[in-house]
Design a binder for this molecule. Structure first.
Ligand SMILES: Cc1cc2nc3c(=O)[nH]c(=O)nc-3n(C[C@H](O)[C@H](O)[C@H](O)COP(=O)(O)OP(=O)(O)OC[C@H]3O[C@@H](n4cnc5c(N)ncnc54)[C@H](O)[C@@H]3O)c2cc1C
Length: 482
Protein backbone atom coordinates (compact mmCIF):
# COMPACT_ATOMS: atom_id res chain seq x y z
CA UNK A 1 0.00 0.00 0.00
CA UNK A 2 1.16 3.56 -0.79
CA UNK A 3 1.01 6.52 1.57
CA UNK A 4 -0.31 9.60 -0.17
CA UNK A 5 -1.24 9.38 -3.86
CA UNK A 6 -2.19 12.46 -5.89
CA UNK A 7 -4.56 12.07 -8.84
CA UNK A 8 -4.13 14.98 -11.25
CA UNK A 9 -7.43 15.50 -13.09
CA UNK A 10 -10.85 14.46 -11.83
CA UNK A 11 -12.48 13.71 -15.20
CA UNK A 12 -13.72 10.26 -16.13
CA UNK A 13 -10.21 8.78 -16.01
CA UNK A 14 -9.41 10.47 -12.70
CA UNK A 15 -12.58 9.01 -11.19
CA UNK A 16 -11.80 5.54 -12.57
CA UNK A 17 -8.31 5.83 -11.04
CA UNK A 18 -9.60 7.11 -7.70
CA UNK A 19 -12.19 4.35 -7.51
CA UNK A 20 -9.59 1.69 -8.31
CA UNK A 21 -7.25 2.99 -5.60
CA UNK A 22 -10.12 2.80 -3.11
CA UNK A 23 -11.43 -0.57 -4.31
CA UNK A 24 -7.98 -2.17 -4.06
CA UNK A 25 -7.05 -0.40 -0.82
CA UNK A 26 -3.96 0.96 -2.56
CA UNK A 27 -3.35 4.17 -0.56
CA UNK A 28 -3.70 5.67 2.92
CA UNK A 29 -4.50 9.11 1.56
CA UNK A 30 -5.72 10.23 -1.89
CA UNK A 31 -5.92 13.81 -3.20
CA UNK A 32 -7.71 14.57 -6.44
CA UNK A 33 -6.42 17.79 -7.98
CA UNK A 34 -8.77 19.54 -10.40
CA UNK A 35 -10.02 23.12 -10.63
CA UNK A 36 -13.39 21.70 -11.76
CA UNK A 37 -15.85 19.53 -9.85
CA UNK A 38 -14.84 15.86 -9.90
CA UNK A 39 -16.59 13.64 -12.47
CA UNK A 40 -17.42 16.16 -15.19
CA UNK A 41 -14.51 15.82 -17.59
CA UNK A 42 -14.42 17.39 -21.03
CA UNK A 43 -16.57 15.20 -23.26
CA UNK A 44 -19.36 14.26 -20.88
CA UNK A 45 -20.01 17.68 -19.35
CA UNK A 46 -22.89 18.19 -21.77
CA UNK A 47 -26.49 18.99 -20.95
CA UNK A 48 -28.27 18.60 -24.30
CA UNK A 49 -29.80 15.09 -24.50
CA UNK A 50 -29.21 14.97 -28.26
CA UNK A 51 -25.44 14.74 -27.61
CA UNK A 52 -25.11 10.99 -27.28
CA UNK A 53 -22.18 8.69 -26.61
CA UNK A 54 -20.50 7.14 -29.60
CA UNK A 55 -19.75 4.02 -27.56
CA UNK A 56 -22.34 1.69 -26.05
CA UNK A 57 -23.34 1.42 -22.41
CA UNK A 58 -21.53 -1.95 -22.45
CA UNK A 59 -18.11 -0.29 -22.84
CA UNK A 60 -18.61 2.63 -20.48
CA UNK A 61 -18.24 0.92 -17.12
CA UNK A 62 -15.63 2.60 -14.94
CA UNK A 63 -14.95 -0.78 -13.32
CA UNK A 64 -13.67 -3.42 -15.76
CA UNK A 65 -14.25 -6.11 -13.13
CA UNK A 66 -17.95 -5.12 -13.12
CA UNK A 67 -18.66 -4.50 -16.80
CA UNK A 68 -22.36 -3.89 -16.16
CA UNK A 69 -21.73 -1.18 -13.58
CA UNK A 70 -22.90 1.63 -15.86
CA UNK A 71 -25.92 -0.38 -17.00
CA UNK A 72 -26.91 -0.99 -13.36
CA UNK A 73 -26.44 2.68 -12.54
CA UNK A 74 -28.70 3.67 -15.43
CA UNK A 75 -31.42 1.17 -14.56
CA UNK A 76 -31.28 2.10 -10.87
CA UNK A 77 -31.85 5.70 -11.97
CA UNK A 78 -34.89 4.76 -14.06
CA UNK A 79 -33.20 4.78 -17.48
CA UNK A 80 -34.40 1.76 -19.41
CA UNK A 81 -31.10 1.17 -21.21
CA UNK A 82 -29.71 -1.88 -22.98
CA UNK A 83 -25.99 -2.78 -23.19
CA UNK A 84 -25.80 -1.76 -26.86
CA UNK A 85 -27.44 1.66 -26.44
CA UNK A 86 -25.73 4.97 -27.13
CA UNK A 87 -27.11 7.04 -24.26
CA UNK A 88 -26.91 10.84 -23.77
CA UNK A 89 -23.42 11.84 -22.70
CA UNK A 90 -24.45 13.75 -19.59
CA UNK A 91 -25.52 10.42 -18.08
CA UNK A 92 -21.86 9.33 -18.07
CA UNK A 93 -20.77 12.33 -15.99
CA UNK A 94 -23.72 11.78 -13.63
CA UNK A 95 -22.55 8.16 -13.26
CA UNK A 96 -18.92 9.15 -12.67
CA UNK A 97 -19.92 11.72 -10.06
CA UNK A 98 -22.18 9.27 -8.24
CA UNK A 99 -19.55 6.51 -8.22
CA UNK A 100 -16.90 9.00 -7.04
CA UNK A 101 -19.03 10.08 -4.08
CA UNK A 102 -19.78 6.45 -3.17
CA UNK A 103 -16.08 5.50 -3.28
CA UNK A 104 -15.12 8.57 -1.29
CA UNK A 105 -17.54 7.55 1.43
CA UNK A 106 -16.26 3.97 1.33
CA UNK A 107 -12.65 5.21 1.62
CA UNK A 108 -13.44 7.49 4.53
CA UNK A 109 -15.23 4.67 6.36
CA UNK A 110 -11.99 2.70 6.13
CA UNK A 111 -9.92 5.58 7.46
CA UNK A 112 -8.45 6.63 4.08
CA UNK A 113 -8.10 10.41 3.93
CA UNK A 114 -9.58 11.91 0.76
CA UNK A 115 -9.30 15.48 -0.51
CA UNK A 116 -10.25 17.49 -3.58
CA UNK A 117 -7.72 20.25 -4.25
CA UNK A 118 -9.45 22.84 -6.47
CA UNK A 119 -6.36 23.96 -8.31
CA UNK A 120 -4.43 23.27 -11.49
CA UNK A 121 -1.28 21.13 -11.32
CA UNK A 122 1.63 22.76 -13.09
CA UNK A 123 4.35 20.13 -12.67
CA UNK A 124 5.35 17.09 -10.66
CA UNK A 125 8.82 17.52 -9.09
CA UNK A 126 10.95 14.74 -7.68
CA UNK A 127 12.37 15.68 -4.29
CA UNK A 128 15.86 14.88 -2.96
CA UNK A 129 14.25 12.30 -0.65
CA UNK A 130 12.85 10.44 -3.68
CA UNK A 131 9.19 11.36 -3.31
CA UNK A 132 7.22 14.06 -5.13
CA UNK A 133 5.73 17.53 -4.89
CA UNK A 134 2.90 18.58 -7.16
CA UNK A 135 3.37 22.29 -7.90
CA UNK A 136 0.02 24.06 -8.22
CA UNK A 137 -1.01 27.18 -10.13
CA UNK A 138 -2.28 29.03 -7.04
CA UNK A 139 -1.83 27.13 -3.79
CA UNK A 140 1.19 25.62 -2.02
CA UNK A 141 2.78 22.51 -3.55
CA UNK A 142 1.28 19.18 -2.50
CA UNK A 143 3.71 16.46 -1.28
CA UNK A 144 2.89 12.92 -2.48
CA UNK A 145 4.43 9.45 -2.61
CA UNK A 146 3.16 8.91 -6.12
CA UNK A 147 1.19 10.75 -8.79
CA UNK A 148 -1.43 9.51 -11.27
CA UNK A 149 -1.64 11.95 -14.18
CA UNK A 150 -5.17 11.89 -15.65
CA UNK A 151 -5.40 15.43 -16.97
CA UNK A 152 -7.12 14.53 -20.23
CA UNK A 153 -7.31 16.61 -23.34
CA UNK A 154 -5.32 19.73 -24.20
CA UNK A 155 -6.59 22.76 -26.10
CA UNK A 156 -8.80 22.60 -29.23
CA UNK A 157 -7.11 22.05 -32.58
CA UNK A 158 -7.74 25.30 -34.47
CA UNK A 159 -7.21 25.32 -38.25
CA UNK A 160 -4.85 28.00 -39.60
CA UNK A 161 -7.46 30.30 -41.25
CA UNK A 162 -9.43 30.51 -37.99
CA UNK A 163 -6.54 31.34 -35.64
CA UNK A 164 -6.28 35.06 -36.33
CA UNK A 165 -10.02 35.51 -35.71
CA UNK A 166 -10.31 33.74 -32.37
CA UNK A 167 -12.20 35.85 -29.88
CA UNK A 168 -14.25 37.59 -32.62
CA UNK A 169 -18.06 37.22 -32.49
CA UNK A 170 -19.47 33.95 -33.77
CA UNK A 171 -16.10 32.37 -34.40
CA UNK A 172 -15.80 29.29 -32.19
CA UNK A 173 -12.62 27.29 -31.51
CA UNK A 174 -14.78 24.35 -30.37
CA UNK A 175 -18.47 23.50 -30.15
CA UNK A 176 -18.33 22.92 -26.36
CA UNK A 177 -19.84 23.80 -23.99
CA UNK A 178 -22.76 23.51 -26.39
CA UNK A 179 -24.91 25.74 -24.19
CA UNK A 180 -22.53 28.69 -24.84
CA UNK A 181 -22.46 27.97 -28.57
CA UNK A 182 -26.24 27.87 -28.88
CA UNK A 183 -26.68 31.00 -26.76
CA UNK A 184 -24.28 32.98 -28.97
CA UNK A 185 -26.06 32.08 -32.23
CA UNK A 186 -28.96 34.03 -33.69
CA UNK A 187 -32.43 32.83 -32.70
CA UNK A 188 -33.56 32.92 -36.34
CA UNK A 189 -32.31 30.28 -38.82
CA UNK A 190 -28.72 30.96 -39.89
CA UNK A 191 -26.11 29.40 -42.18
CA UNK A 192 -23.22 27.99 -40.25
CA UNK A 193 -19.87 26.63 -41.34
CA UNK A 194 -18.74 23.62 -39.31
CA UNK A 195 -15.09 22.79 -39.87
CA UNK A 196 -14.63 19.05 -39.40
CA UNK A 197 -16.43 15.95 -40.68
CA UNK A 198 -15.79 13.45 -37.89
CA UNK A 199 -17.73 12.61 -34.73
CA UNK A 200 -17.91 15.98 -33.00
CA UNK A 201 -18.55 17.80 -36.30
CA UNK A 202 -21.44 15.45 -37.04
CA UNK A 203 -23.05 15.89 -33.65
CA UNK A 204 -22.53 19.67 -33.83
CA UNK A 205 -24.28 19.65 -37.20
CA UNK A 206 -27.19 17.67 -35.74
CA UNK A 207 -27.38 20.05 -32.80
CA UNK A 208 -27.38 23.16 -34.99
CA UNK A 209 -29.87 21.85 -37.52
CA UNK A 210 -32.09 20.83 -34.59
CA UNK A 211 -32.23 24.54 -33.74
CA UNK A 212 -33.26 25.42 -37.30
CA UNK A 213 -29.84 26.37 -38.70
CA UNK A 214 -28.40 25.11 -41.99
CA UNK A 215 -24.85 23.79 -42.09
CA UNK A 216 -21.96 23.35 -44.46
CA UNK A 217 -19.51 20.74 -43.14
CA UNK A 218 -15.98 20.81 -44.43
CA UNK A 219 -12.61 19.14 -43.83
CA UNK A 220 -9.47 18.51 -45.87
CA UNK A 221 -10.65 14.96 -46.74
CA UNK A 222 -14.39 15.72 -46.80
CA UNK A 223 -14.86 12.13 -45.60
CA UNK A 224 -17.40 10.87 -43.09
CA UNK A 225 -16.81 8.03 -40.62
CA UNK A 226 -18.39 4.59 -40.98
CA UNK A 227 -21.65 3.76 -39.21
CA UNK A 228 -22.14 1.35 -36.31
CA UNK A 229 -24.96 0.04 -34.19
CA UNK A 230 -22.96 -0.72 -31.04
CA UNK A 231 -19.57 -1.14 -29.41
CA UNK A 232 -19.94 -4.25 -27.29
CA UNK A 233 -17.23 -5.93 -25.23
CA UNK A 234 -15.89 -9.06 -26.93
CA UNK A 235 -18.47 -11.88 -26.75
CA UNK A 236 -15.94 -14.44 -27.91
CA UNK A 237 -12.33 -14.68 -28.99
CA UNK A 238 -12.44 -13.81 -32.67
CA UNK A 239 -9.19 -11.94 -33.25
CA UNK A 240 -6.02 -13.97 -33.77
CA UNK A 241 -3.97 -12.64 -30.83
CA UNK A 242 -0.81 -14.33 -32.09
CA UNK A 243 -1.16 -12.55 -35.45
CA UNK A 244 -1.51 -9.20 -33.66
CA UNK A 245 1.54 -10.00 -31.53
CA UNK A 246 3.51 -10.77 -34.71
CA UNK A 247 2.63 -7.46 -36.42
CA UNK A 248 5.65 -5.53 -37.58
CA UNK A 249 4.79 -1.94 -36.66
CA UNK A 250 7.30 -0.60 -39.18
CA UNK A 251 5.72 -2.48 -42.10
CA UNK A 252 4.49 0.01 -44.73
CA UNK A 253 1.57 -2.38 -45.40
CA UNK A 254 0.59 -2.49 -41.73
CA UNK A 255 -2.96 -1.30 -42.34
CA UNK A 256 -3.58 -3.98 -44.94
CA UNK A 257 -2.27 -6.62 -42.52
CA UNK A 258 -4.52 -5.36 -39.74
CA UNK A 259 -7.50 -5.37 -42.10
CA UNK A 260 -6.67 -8.97 -42.98
CA UNK A 261 -6.74 -9.84 -39.26
CA UNK A 262 -10.12 -8.08 -38.99
CA UNK A 263 -11.48 -10.00 -41.97
CA UNK A 264 -10.30 -13.34 -40.57
CA UNK A 265 -11.82 -12.44 -37.20
CA UNK A 266 -15.20 -11.59 -38.71
CA UNK A 267 -15.14 -14.83 -40.71
CA UNK A 268 -15.25 -16.67 -37.37
CA UNK A 269 -18.62 -15.02 -36.76
CA UNK A 270 -20.04 -15.45 -40.26
CA UNK A 271 -18.34 -15.63 -43.66
CA UNK A 272 -18.77 -12.21 -45.27
CA UNK A 273 -15.87 -10.55 -47.08
CA UNK A 274 -14.82 -7.20 -45.62
CA UNK A 275 -15.54 -5.61 -48.99
CA UNK A 276 -19.22 -6.53 -48.47
CA UNK A 277 -19.27 -5.08 -44.96
CA UNK A 278 -18.15 -1.66 -46.17
CA UNK A 279 -18.76 0.56 -49.17
CA UNK A 280 -16.11 2.13 -51.34
CA UNK A 281 -18.13 4.85 -53.14
CA UNK A 282 -16.03 7.94 -53.81
CA UNK A 283 -18.96 10.22 -52.98
CA UNK A 284 -19.06 10.41 -49.15
CA UNK A 285 -22.85 10.86 -48.98
CA UNK A 286 -23.47 7.89 -51.24
CA UNK A 287 -21.04 5.91 -49.12
CA UNK A 288 -22.84 6.99 -45.95
CA UNK A 289 -26.14 5.86 -47.43
CA UNK A 290 -24.74 2.45 -48.38
CA UNK A 291 -22.99 1.96 -45.03
CA UNK A 292 -26.15 3.00 -43.18
CA UNK A 293 -28.00 0.24 -45.01
CA UNK A 294 -25.25 -2.27 -44.21
CA UNK A 295 -25.43 -1.31 -40.53
CA UNK A 296 -29.23 -1.53 -40.48
CA UNK A 297 -29.03 -5.04 -42.04
CA UNK A 298 -26.45 -6.21 -39.48
CA UNK A 299 -23.82 -6.71 -42.17
CA UNK A 300 -21.05 -4.84 -40.36
CA UNK A 301 -19.35 -7.69 -38.58
CA UNK A 302 -16.20 -5.60 -38.22
CA UNK A 303 -17.84 -3.78 -35.31
CA UNK A 304 -18.03 -7.05 -33.32
CA UNK A 305 -14.24 -7.37 -33.21
CA UNK A 306 -13.17 -3.74 -32.71
CA UNK A 307 -13.06 -3.70 -28.91
CA UNK A 308 -11.09 -6.95 -28.82
CA UNK A 309 -8.72 -5.55 -31.43
CA UNK A 310 -8.19 -2.34 -29.41
CA UNK A 311 -7.20 -4.38 -26.34
CA UNK A 312 -4.79 -6.54 -28.30
CA UNK A 313 -3.21 -3.63 -30.18
CA UNK A 314 -2.71 -1.67 -26.95
CA UNK A 315 -1.13 -4.71 -25.29
CA UNK A 316 1.04 -5.38 -28.35
CA UNK A 317 2.35 -1.82 -28.61
CA UNK A 318 2.65 -0.72 -24.95
CA UNK A 319 6.18 0.42 -24.27
CA UNK A 320 7.33 0.46 -27.91
CA UNK A 321 9.16 3.65 -28.93
CA UNK A 322 6.82 6.59 -29.47
CA UNK A 323 8.07 7.32 -33.03
CA UNK A 324 7.36 3.73 -34.09
CA UNK A 325 3.86 3.85 -32.63
CA UNK A 326 3.07 7.22 -34.15
CA UNK A 327 4.20 6.07 -37.57
CA UNK A 328 2.08 2.91 -37.19
CA UNK A 329 -0.95 5.05 -36.28
CA UNK A 330 -0.42 7.23 -39.36
CA UNK A 331 -0.24 4.12 -41.52
CA UNK A 332 -3.54 2.89 -40.09
CA UNK A 333 -5.32 6.25 -40.22
CA UNK A 334 -8.16 4.97 -42.43
CA UNK A 335 -9.00 2.09 -40.09
CA UNK A 336 -8.73 4.34 -37.05
CA UNK A 337 -10.54 7.35 -38.41
CA UNK A 338 -13.40 5.60 -40.18
CA UNK A 339 -14.02 2.41 -38.25
CA UNK A 340 -12.77 2.87 -34.68
CA UNK A 341 -14.25 6.36 -34.89
CA UNK A 342 -17.54 5.22 -36.48
CA UNK A 343 -20.79 6.93 -35.50
CA UNK A 344 -24.21 5.69 -34.31
CA UNK A 345 -26.79 4.48 -36.85
CA UNK A 346 -29.54 6.82 -35.60
CA UNK A 347 -27.30 9.83 -36.12
CA UNK A 348 -26.36 8.53 -39.58
CA UNK A 349 -30.02 8.35 -40.55
CA UNK A 350 -30.65 11.87 -39.26
CA UNK A 351 -27.64 13.20 -41.14
CA UNK A 352 -28.73 11.51 -44.37
CA UNK A 353 -32.18 13.07 -44.01
CA UNK A 354 -30.56 16.49 -43.67
CA UNK A 355 -28.39 15.93 -46.76
CA UNK A 356 -31.50 14.88 -48.67
CA UNK A 357 -33.45 17.93 -47.50
CA UNK A 358 -30.58 20.23 -48.56
CA UNK A 359 -30.13 21.45 -44.97
CA UNK A 360 -26.57 20.15 -44.74
CA UNK A 361 -23.90 20.18 -47.43
CA UNK A 362 -20.49 18.53 -47.39
CA UNK A 363 -17.39 20.12 -48.90
CA UNK A 364 -13.85 18.91 -49.25
CA UNK A 365 -11.03 21.36 -48.44
CA UNK A 366 -11.24 24.04 -45.76
CA UNK A 367 -11.38 27.77 -46.64
CA UNK A 368 -8.07 29.41 -47.52
CA UNK A 369 -9.14 32.57 -45.71
CA UNK A 370 -12.00 33.85 -43.60
CA UNK A 371 -12.91 37.53 -43.61
CA UNK A 372 -15.45 39.49 -41.58
CA UNK A 373 -18.31 40.71 -43.77
CA UNK A 374 -21.51 41.09 -41.76
CA UNK A 375 -20.85 37.46 -40.88
CA UNK A 376 -17.90 35.35 -42.01
CA UNK A 377 -16.94 35.07 -45.65
CA UNK A 378 -15.19 31.83 -46.55
CA UNK A 379 -12.73 32.03 -49.45
CA UNK A 380 -12.64 28.51 -50.90
CA UNK A 381 -9.59 27.05 -52.67
CA UNK A 382 -11.53 27.07 -56.00
CA UNK A 383 -11.82 30.88 -55.86
CA UNK A 384 -15.51 31.03 -54.85
CA UNK A 385 -16.75 32.64 -51.64
CA UNK A 386 -19.67 31.97 -49.32
CA UNK A 387 -20.96 33.88 -46.31
CA UNK A 388 -21.92 32.30 -42.99
CA UNK A 389 -23.40 33.77 -39.82
CA UNK A 390 -20.98 31.72 -37.71
CA UNK A 391 -17.96 29.41 -37.98
CA UNK A 392 -17.55 26.49 -35.57
CA UNK A 393 -14.40 24.37 -35.42
CA UNK A 394 -15.12 20.76 -34.53
CA UNK A 395 -11.61 19.66 -35.35
CA UNK A 396 -10.68 17.78 -32.19
CA UNK A 397 -8.52 18.44 -29.20
CA UNK A 398 -4.75 18.40 -28.81
CA UNK A 399 -3.03 15.94 -26.55
CA UNK A 400 -2.14 17.47 -23.18
CA UNK A 401 1.27 18.99 -22.43
CA UNK A 402 3.64 16.35 -21.02
CA UNK A 403 7.33 17.19 -20.96
CA UNK A 404 10.19 16.23 -18.68
CA UNK A 405 13.39 17.77 -17.44
CA UNK A 406 15.88 16.05 -15.14
CA UNK A 407 13.83 16.80 -12.04
CA UNK A 408 10.21 17.26 -13.07
CA UNK A 409 7.28 16.29 -15.30
CA UNK A 410 5.75 19.49 -16.70
CA UNK A 411 2.02 19.78 -17.40
CA UNK A 412 2.03 23.32 -18.77
CA UNK A 413 4.01 24.81 -21.67
CA UNK A 414 7.42 26.30 -20.91
CA UNK A 415 10.64 27.21 -22.67
CA UNK A 416 13.37 25.46 -20.65
CA UNK A 417 15.80 24.29 -23.35
CA UNK A 418 16.23 20.83 -21.81
CA UNK A 419 12.53 19.92 -21.93
CA UNK A 420 11.73 16.73 -23.82
CA UNK A 421 8.99 14.20 -24.40
CA UNK A 422 9.13 11.62 -21.60
CA UNK A 423 9.89 7.98 -22.11
CA UNK A 424 6.91 5.97 -20.84
CA UNK A 425 7.25 2.28 -20.10
CA UNK A 426 4.78 -0.57 -20.61
CA UNK A 427 3.30 0.05 -17.15
CA UNK A 428 2.68 3.67 -18.20
CA UNK A 429 5.30 4.98 -15.77
CA UNK A 430 7.21 8.13 -16.66
CA UNK A 431 10.99 8.42 -16.86
CA UNK A 432 12.37 11.87 -16.12
CA UNK A 433 14.95 13.17 -18.62
CA UNK A 434 18.01 10.97 -18.65
CA UNK A 435 16.74 8.66 -15.88
CA UNK A 436 17.17 4.93 -16.28
CA UNK A 437 14.51 4.09 -13.71
CA UNK A 438 10.83 4.93 -13.95
CA UNK A 439 9.20 7.23 -11.40
CA UNK A 440 6.12 6.61 -9.31
CA UNK A 441 4.32 8.80 -11.81
CA UNK A 442 1.76 7.09 -14.05
CA UNK A 443 -0.08 8.37 -17.09
CA UNK A 444 -3.69 7.30 -17.56
CA UNK A 445 -6.48 8.00 -20.05
CA UNK A 446 -5.76 10.52 -22.78
CA UNK A 447 -2.46 11.35 -21.01
CA UNK A 448 -1.38 7.74 -21.62
CA UNK A 449 -1.07 8.36 -25.36
CA UNK A 450 2.68 8.54 -24.83
CA UNK A 451 2.62 4.90 -23.72
CA UNK A 452 -0.16 3.24 -25.73
CA UNK A 453 -1.81 4.21 -29.01
CA UNK A 454 -5.57 3.76 -28.54
CA UNK A 455 -6.61 5.79 -25.51
CA UNK A 456 -9.42 7.94 -26.85
CA UNK A 457 -12.25 6.17 -25.02
CA UNK A 458 -13.41 5.42 -21.50
CA UNK A 459 -12.96 1.67 -21.97
CA UNK A 460 -9.12 1.57 -22.14
CA UNK A 461 -8.83 4.26 -19.44
CA UNK A 462 -10.89 2.17 -17.01
CA UNK A 463 -8.73 -0.87 -17.76
CA UNK A 464 -5.57 1.12 -17.13
CA UNK A 465 -6.95 2.40 -13.83
CA UNK A 466 -7.93 -1.05 -12.59
CA UNK A 467 -4.60 -2.61 -13.59
CA UNK A 468 -2.74 0.13 -11.74
CA UNK A 469 -4.94 -0.22 -8.63
CA UNK A 470 -4.18 -3.94 -8.54
CA UNK A 471 -0.50 -3.39 -9.04
CA UNK A 472 -0.24 -0.74 -6.33
CA UNK A 473 -2.10 -2.98 -3.92
CA UNK A 474 0.35 -5.77 -4.67
CA UNK A 475 -2.25 -7.88 -6.47
CA UNK A 476 -0.61 -7.64 -9.86
CA UNK A 477 -1.76 -10.40 -12.17
CA UNK A 478 0.77 -9.49 -14.81
CA UNK A 479 -1.85 -7.78 -16.92
CA UNK A 480 -0.64 -4.70 -18.75
CA UNK A 481 -1.96 -1.28 -17.75
CA UNK A 482 -2.95 -0.67 -21.35
C1 LIG B 1 -16.78 15.23 -27.94
C2 LIG B 1 -16.24 13.95 -27.40
C3 LIG B 1 -17.09 12.86 -27.28
C4 LIG B 1 -16.60 11.67 -26.76
N1 LIG B 1 -17.44 10.60 -26.65
C5 LIG B 1 -16.98 9.46 -26.12
C6 LIG B 1 -17.83 8.33 -25.98
O1 LIG B 1 -19.00 8.36 -26.35
N2 LIG B 1 -17.32 7.21 -25.42
C7 LIG B 1 -16.03 7.12 -25.00
O2 LIG B 1 -15.62 6.06 -24.50
N3 LIG B 1 -15.20 8.15 -25.14
C8 LIG B 1 -15.63 9.31 -25.68
N4 LIG B 1 -14.79 10.36 -25.83
C9 LIG B 1 -13.42 10.19 -25.36
C10 LIG B 1 -13.43 10.38 -23.84
O3 LIG B 1 -13.79 11.70 -23.54
C11 LIG B 1 -12.12 10.13 -23.22
O4 LIG B 1 -11.67 8.87 -23.49
C12 LIG B 1 -12.19 10.24 -21.69
O5 LIG B 1 -13.40 10.68 -21.20
C13 LIG B 1 -11.18 11.23 -21.26
O6 LIG B 1 -11.33 11.42 -19.88
P1 LIG B 1 -10.17 12.07 -19.09
O7 LIG B 1 -10.61 12.11 -17.68
O8 LIG B 1 -8.88 11.36 -19.39
O9 LIG B 1 -10.02 13.54 -19.69
P2 LIG B 1 -10.97 14.81 -19.60
O10 LIG B 1 -12.36 14.45 -19.77
O11 LIG B 1 -10.36 15.82 -20.51
O12 LIG B 1 -10.81 15.32 -18.08
C14 LIG B 1 -9.59 15.85 -17.62
C15 LIG B 1 -9.81 16.52 -16.30
O13 LIG B 1 -8.56 16.97 -15.82
C16 LIG B 1 -8.63 18.32 -15.42
N5 LIG B 1 -7.32 18.92 -15.66
C17 LIG B 1 -6.75 19.23 -16.85
N6 LIG B 1 -5.52 19.72 -16.65
C18 LIG B 1 -5.32 19.73 -15.32
C19 LIG B 1 -4.23 20.12 -14.50
N7 LIG B 1 -3.10 20.60 -15.03
N8 LIG B 1 -4.36 20.02 -13.17
C20 LIG B 1 -5.50 19.53 -12.60
N9 LIG B 1 -6.57 19.12 -13.33
C21 LIG B 1 -6.46 19.23 -14.67
C22 LIG B 1 -9.74 18.94 -16.24
O14 LIG B 1 -10.30 20.04 -15.56
C23 LIG B 1 -10.71 17.75 -16.37
O15 LIG B 1 -11.63 17.72 -15.32
C24 LIG B 1 -15.24 11.56 -26.37
C25 LIG B 1 -14.40 12.66 -26.50
C26 LIG B 1 -14.88 13.84 -27.00
C27 LIG B 1 -13.95 15.01 -27.12
Amino acid sequence: MSGHLAVVGGGITGVAAFNALVAYGAAERISVIDPLPVGRGTAFATSDPSLICNTSVDTLSLVPEEPEDFLHHLRAGGVDARPEDFVPRWLVSRYARERFLAHRERAERRGVRVGHVRDRAVRVERTAAGDYRVALARGPALPADGVLVCHGYGTPVVPEPVREHLGRPRMFAAPYPERDLLAALPAEPARILVIGTRLSAIETTLLLTGRGHDVVMTSPSGELPAVRTHTLRPRGRYVDAAAVARLDLTDPRLERRVLRIVEQATARIRPLPLARQTDASADPVRRLRAETELAARGDILWQEVMVELIDLVNDRTAGTPLEVREQALRRCHRLLGRYMGAFPLDNARRLLGLFDAGRVRLRRGIPERLTEAGGWRAHWPDGTTETFEAVVCATGLHHPVLEVTGGALHLTPGDEPDRRVPVVDAELRVHLAGAARPERIWLLGIAAHLGVPLVNAVYPAARQAAALGRRLAGRDTGERAA
